[in-house]
Design a binder for this molecule. Structure first.
Ligand code: ADP
Length: 302
């Protein structure tokens, strides 16, 4: 059985303005972005699988084709009858981007309704990756199913990686967000937060406070990203800071964290070397933010 990197969450239809009054359709989502970059970072003997739920309509079919064409394994995508996928539209006003979402009925919200399906999908994978957005969109029972499946996969040897990606608007309230995110972190080998979010929603005084909070919850390793500032990696009895290289000509920071996570994990899963992993993450994120859009060709980055 090949080694498998499985990312779980919601992929949405994206409508991006072209500047001439029309919109260009694409597909995006935080966990999809990470899967897409992981496919490009990992060697060919790894499978990168995207796990979600979609509908059976034409747009769900196009999404599936896109995922397959991106080199992702789609065996664990549930196809739910009479359902469809979520959509968001990017709007530009005086150069500022804003987002409107139609996702409250999306099929992905049901991805954890069937605990057996999920447990079977995760079993035997090398790594399961998910985010706070994956958890936010699930109903309370779905969250329980998800974390139970994660725990049982982990007891069978699967590594678990989690980006809290705190988005309070997707949660019923901020306390639920903080408590579910902390519970998820407690069963993870890699917790990969962005300090800006953790400062805003947990009130951490510094990246080291974020790392300590997730380590005391039970995480094995915490990787705190902080835009152009140091990346802090920490485990129970060690801590290391890395300064990402200066990046000039930044045009769009969409997917900085998602791409960082993919390159970091791909390197750490194959070499186990933290220094090389941060280098790989910062290098890829540095490339991505010099280009427009979430999914940027990275075949020339070495
Ligand atoms: P997120 O997209 O989750 O908010 P961050 O903004 O913390 O993530 O950025 C993730 C990574 O992207 C950083 O650790 C860094 O390597 C890189 N990065 C982001 N912004 C910059 C920047 N202005 N200069 C250099 N690197 C950056």
């Amino acid at each position: 059985m090949p080694s498998t990197f499985m990312s779980i969450g919601e992929c949405m239809v994206e409508m991006a303005p072209t500047g001439v009054g029309t919109f260009q359709m694409g597909f995006a989502g935080d966990t999809l972005n990470t899967a897409w970059y992981a496919r490009r970072c990992l060697p060919d003997n790894w499978q990168v699988s995207y796990c979600t739920a979609i509908g059976t309509d034409a747009i769900s079919g196009q999404m599936l084709e896109f995922l397959e064409a991106s080199g992702l394994t789609t065996d664990h995508i549930q196809k739910l009858k009479d359902q469809s996928v979520g959509l968001y539209m990017i709007q530009l006003e005086n150069g500022e981007r804003s987002f409107a979402y139609w996702r409250s009925q999306s099929a992905a919200r049901q991805l954890a309704d069937n605990p057996h399906y999920l447990a079977q999908a995760m079993a035997g994978t090398s790594l399961v990756y998910f985010s706070g957005i994956t958890l936010a969109i699930l109903p309370p029972d779905g969250r329980k199913n998800f974390l139970n499946a994660l725990k049982s996969a982990r007891s069978g040897g699967t590594k678990t990686a989690f980006d809290p990606n705190l988005r309070p608007r997707l949660w019923e309230d901020a306390n639920s967000m903080r408590s579910v995110v902390t519970e998820a972190a407690s069963v993870c080998d890699y917790v990969m937060p962005s300090f800006e979010d953790e400062l805003a929603h947990f009130g951490d005084a510094a990246p080291s406070a974020t790392a300590e909070r997730y380590l005391s919850a039970g995480a094995t390793m915490v990787v705190v990203k902080n835009g152009p500032e140091d990346v802090l990696c920490a485990g129970d009895d060690w801590q290391k800071s890395f300064q990402p290289a200066n990046v000039s000509g930044i045009v769009d920071t969409t997917a900085a964290g998602d791409s960082f996570n993919a390159a970091f994990l791909a390197e750490h899963l194959t070499s186990g070397d933290v220094d090389k992993s941060v280098d790989a993450g910062a290098k890829l994120a540095g490339h991505v933010i010099r280009h427009r859009g979430a999914l940027v060709d990275c075949s020339q980055t070495g």
